[in-house]
Design a binder for this molecule. Structure first.
Ligand SMILES: *Cc1c(COP(=O)(O)O)cnc(C)c1O
Length: 366
């Protein structure tokens, strides 16, 4: 099956004798005991099974586990590691997961934040107790590109696991498991959900290792699982994912080209631009560049805020991946410990007409 077919057909489990075309929502928290029965919805539910099935196939994995948020999915990975593990994580990454490593797992694990584009720095960071390299490419919010194959090579030499946050690329444009990673993580709140109305997360594995069984244990016993309704909504959203992603990519390419070199723009960060330092690597591991870009506005934070206030079609809000365009000044959201440039705007390019989006920016810059 090709990806469009997987998206539509892999996430359906029909047991009803009326044979509905669409899988119903099973709200029951418990199931009558019988041979092979599900037991209890925290442990499993037909809608979650269907969701996990489509997620595993979309990423070319062997199994998937769905969580109630992207953060809960990431947290399960760190909880499944033995205490005292050392983790190598990117110097630019989603701030909420960085916060977990710095504040929640303080005293349990230790983390080195490294520029993953610098292979020598990664090798130098490996310690006796290193167990995991956490990758995020493209990264949030600087759209940094990491060479997944190169990191996998280093990891293999040292017996380390590689987990990749694939939220920005989505399985439509990048499949880290095919490039040798062991685990993929998604915030399904973003492009997979696609309509800014579901919070969710997922992990997908290559092979069912003991470590994967531990992650399953954290999922079942920890209980940060999505509701049957959220699983239903997400499988519904995923059906259109490949088509939506093409639209996000096309619109972001056009908007990035317009912003790149605009007299009021200091710099554009988008891996689809040839002047992006990660362009060649991105091209080698992604089949599209997705729908998020960042730009630095000339004139500092105040000018950046003014641009936001003048835009008509870009809602001033956090998050990304929905059909509607969103914009935010990232440093303001990340708070006082943010390392993001104060004049950096992160844009989630939606599925409106690209000419309207470009015109909106033209007018906001006036
Ligand atoms: C949003 C996001 C997360 C966290 O996901 P939630 O669903 O908000 O918990 C993790 N990684 C990336 C890259 C994200 O954009």
């Amino acid at each position: 099956m090709k990806i469009e077919t997987i998206a539509i057909h892999a996430g359906t489990i029909i047991t009803d004798s009326h044979r509905p075309a669409i899988q119903p929502i099973t709200t029951s928290t418990t199931f009558e005991h019988h041979e092979g029965s599900l037991i209890y919805t925290r442990a499993n539910n037909p809608n979650r099974l269907a969701l996990e099935q489509v997620l595993a196939q979309l990423e070319f994995g062997d199994d998937a586990a769905a969580f109630s948020s992207g953060n809960a999915a990431a947290m399960a990975v760190f909880q499944a590691l033995p205490a005292g593990s050392h983790i190598i994580a990117p110097d630019d990454m989603y701030h909420g997961i960085r916060k977990q490593l710095v504040e929640v797992f303080h005293g349990i694990h230790e983390t080195s934040f490294v520029n993953l584009a610098d292979e020598e720095a990664v090798k130098a960071a490996v310690k006796k107790n290193t167990r995991l390299i956490w990758v995020e490419t493209p990264s949030n919010p600087l759209l940094k590109i990491t060479d997944i194959r190169a990191l996998v090579k280093i990891a293999k030499e040292h017996g380390l696991l590689v987990a990749c946050d694939n939220t920005f690329a989505t399985p439509v444009f990048q499949n880290p498991l095919k490039l040798g990673a062991d685990l993929v993580m998604h915030s399904t709140t973003k492009f997979l959900g696609g309509h800014s109305d579901i919070l969710g997360g997922a992990l997908i594995t290559r092979g069912k290792s003991e470590f994967w069984e531990k992650i399953r244990l954290v999922q079942h016993v920890g209980g940060a699982v999505p509701s049957p309704f959220d699983c239903y909504l997400l499988t519904r959203s995923i059906k259109t994912l490949p088509y939506r992603m093409r639209g996000h990519h096309d619109n972001a390419m056009k908007l990035a080209a317009f912003l790149n070199g605009h007299p009021q723009v200091e710099k554009v960060f988008y891996p689809g631009l040839e002047n992006h330092p990660g362009f060649e690597i991105a091209k080698s591991q992604m089949s599209g560049f997705s729908g998020v870009l960042s730009l630095m506005v000339k004139g500092g934070a105040a000018k950046a805020d003014e641009v936001i206030s003048k835009l008509k079609y870009f809602t001033h809000a956090t998050s990304l991946g929905g059909v509607e365009s969103l914009i935010e000044r990232r440093a303001a959201v990340e708070g006082p410990d943010s390392k993001t440039p104060p004049n950096l705007l992160r844009v989630s390019v939606g599925l409106e007409n690209s000419e309207d989006l470009i015109e909106d920016f033209e007018e906001a810059f006036q």
